[in-house]
Ligand binder design. Structure first.
Ligand SMILES: Nc1ncnc2c1ncn2[C@@H]1O[C@H](COP(=O)(O)OP(=O)(O)OP(=O)(O)O)[C@@H](O)[C@H]1O
Length: 637
């Protein structure tokens, strides 16, 4: 097998005969062949390490790559040169001669061809290229230009109903009208002619000196078709060599509700959980980004991480009862960043399409009524008949967010990367989240029943004593209160609570144990505990289960029972469904950014099918995950 193996990757003789030109004598693929022949000798002598090198050099991809390289090299040598740079003149001469000769049908035809406009244009283009005559002809400069005169640029842009994709502002000191921003993917940017910092001198022949930005915008608005700018180009146009960054929006943003945005029309609205591609971070306050779901529009303005965090904090501050633990940091951070805001453009910046421009004044910077309302207090679990979960929540409240209570002013954007699980990687933890009674357990049970060898729950811990028919590690891990508490305080518990004086909870290790067996662990979590589970080791995928609208729910839950601790399960009442809907909304508002997928549990069969497909996609298809998950993977090897 070794022999035949070795022969397999070498370029075969047939290949070589067909195109000898693609293997120049000193070309890398020729050299590689010689090296391989040489190595072959060592290979047969079993020299240490040769095998590895041989296999590498032998690999078909490397050979193919070198072949491509050789071909490209060859074409690089071959340059096309025009036979004459004056084809047009030649053509005229031929036509002259043809006129003088006696006419035949062939001569007539040739004359027609040579005189046809498109043929003439073709020859003209040929000559232009042959003579490398690309520059426009400029009239000679007059001798008496004052030294101090600024170089100007005249730019013509043809706009077809579309916005210019640039904003202007007035320079605070000089009063000049400057291009404030060029939006990525917009008309101005695509032209490659207009840069942020360019000084406008004229628009459509009208001098802008002494004009308000609003007046400039009015001139622009009146122009249809071609717009002509005379500009003094910025001395060093900004180069955007930043790498593209993808982020998940951890909050929502509505530019129209933000009085501080330099231009609301250029703003990019987004919702929690949207994945954005940030294309420009040159400005400390306003970045440019695309939504990856909507890549064919031009980019929009979004607040920078800093700015958005500040906006969040201001809103947070104005809320009634922020937990006191966060008050201190709120004050210190906002004071620290006060200076940052002062560098904001005080100049007008406006979009020409709206004919609006705003003077940003100090008092206008205050951000009022921003975004949604944060839901602060822990969710009121339905205290329906003292179900175990309500005890869990109570305990959690008394422990005081020990398991990572979500800090709403944490991060504005979270950097994300595409993660494709390799077959050798562990499965991702599947977490179902949803309001009580929506069917989280029902769906989880169905999924596990579909393939119990593949889908599994984690074995919970408890401090209660083992019953005779139970097995340690099957129903529960039975541990002492001390052990349980040490797991709790070392953050090894994803969720825990007290019930009838005993502690219950699910540990990270119990989940790991399922994943280590090559299985998919499926669990449900209270949304408050999402953050605890979001680690690179578990790479959880969160599926939000939500109720359908009231009338559908009334119908589909007609015969369903609320599962209680009492012996009698009760039917869903209208207020149960109402409460479920409200709770679902609150969960989505506060935690929506973490949900990778949302399933409406109306018809059970359909919801089950959707769940199965979502779980498969989570494991098999690329998904956006926090960038830190993958960087910590490489760190740990
Ligand atoms: N799509 C559905 N159609 C009809 N009944 C359903 C559907 N989904 C769940 N149910 C029923 O609703 C009841 C509550 O479901 P389940 O116990 O799974 O809720 P849950 O979200 O786990 O709530 P909790 O966390 O409070 O236990 C059960 O009786 C279940 O059979």
């Amino acid at each position: 097998t070794m022999q035949s193996d070795k022969g397999a990757g070498l370029p075969d003789k047939k290949d070589m005969k067909r195109s000898p030109a693609s293997y120049p004598e000193n070309g890398p693929s020729q050299i590689l062949r010689l090296v391989l022949q040489e190595l072959n000798l060592f290979y047969s002598r079993d020299v240490n390490g040769v095998c590895l090198l041989y296999d590498l050099l032998h690999s078909p991809w490397l050979q193919a790559l070198l072949k491509v390289y050789d071909c490209l090299q060859e074409f690089k040598e071959r340059k096309l040169v025009p036979a004459t740079p004056h084809a047009q003149t030649l053509s005229f001469e031929v036509v002259e001669i043809l006129h003088a000769t006696s006419s035949s049908p062939e001569i007539q035809e040739l004359k027609q061809i040579l005189q046809a406009p498109h043929f003439k244009a073709l020859l003209s283009a040929h000559d232009t290229v042959a003579q490398k005559d690309f520059e426009p002809l400029l009239p000679p400069l007059s001798d008496n230009i004052p030294e101090s005169e600024e170089a100007m640029k005249i730019i013509c842009l043809v706009k077809n109903q579309q916005p210019l994709g640039a904003t202007i502002k007035r320079h605070e000191m000089t009063g000049d009208i400057l291009v404030a921003r060029v939006i990525h993917g917009g008309l101005a940017e695509r032209s490659g002619l207009l840069y942020a910092g360019d000084k406008l001198v004229e628009v459509n022949g009208v001098s802008v000196e002494g004009l308000d930005p609003e007046q400039v915008i009015r001139i622009l608005a009146m122009s249809r078709g071609t717009v002509m700018f005379k500009v003094v180009p910025v001395s060093d146009p900004p180069v955007n060599n930043q790498k593209m960054v993808y982020v998940r929006a951890m909050t929502e943003y509505w530019p129209r509700e933000d009085p501080t945005i330099p231009c609301a029309d250029a703003g990019l609205p987004f919702q929690k959980g949207d994945i954005l591609q940030i294309v420009d971070q040159n400005d400390a306050l306003w970045w440019q980004a695309w939504k990856i779901s909507d890549l064919d529009t031009c980019a929009g303005l979004i607040p920078s991480n800093h700015l958005l965090k500040r906006k969040q904090r201001e809103f947070w501050w104005s809320q009634a009862y922020p937990p006191h633990t966060q008050l201190k940091s709120t004050i210190s951070i906002s004071m620290e960043e006060e200076d940052d805001m002062k560098i904001d453009e005080k100049c007008v910046e406006a979009d020409e399409e709206t004919f609006e421009s705003e003077e940003l004044s100090e008092d206008k910077e205050e951000f009022v009524g921003y975004g949604q309302k944060f839901f602060i207090a822990g969710f009121r679990r339905s205290m329906r008949l003292g179900r175990r979960k309500s005890h869990l929540s109570q305990l959690r409240a008394s422990v005081g967010c020990a398991s990572g209570c979500y800090n709403p002013v944490g991060a504005a954007y979270e950097e994300v990367v595409r993660y494709q699980r390799r077959p050798s990687d562990k499965h991702r933890l599947i977490v179902l989240v949803g309001p009580s009674g929506v069917g989280v357990n029902e769906l989880r049970r169905h999924l596990i029943e579909l393939n119990p060898n593949h889908f599994q729950s984690a074995v919970p811990h408890t401090t209660r004593s083992k019953k005779s028919y139970e097995l340690d590690g099957r129903e529960y891990h039975y541990v002492s209160k001390e052990t349980f508490e040490s797991l709790m305080y070392s953050h090894r518990m994803l969720e825990y609570g007290e019930y009838k004086g005993h502690l219950y909870g699910t540990s990270v290790d119990a989940v790991q144990a399922v994943l280590d067996e090559g299985k998919t662990c499926v669990m449900d979590l209270e949304p408050q505990n999402i953050q605890t589970a979001r680690t690179h080791e578990l790479k959880p995928y969160f599926i939000f289960i939500k109720p359908s609208n009231m009338s559908c729910m009334k119908q589909s839950r007609k015969n369903a029972k609320i599962i209680t601790d009492y012996f009698v399960d009760m039917k869903f009442k209208d207020e149960d469904l109402q409460e479920m809907e409200e709770l679902a909304q609150k969960m989505e508002t506060q935690f929506g950014q973490f949900f990778d997928h949302v399933i409406v549990n109306d018809n059970l069969q359909e919801a089950c099918a959707q769940l199965l497909s979502a779980v498969q996609k989570a494991q098999e298809e690329p998904q956006w995950v926090p960038a830190t998950w993958l960087s910590s993977d490489t760190e740990s090897g």
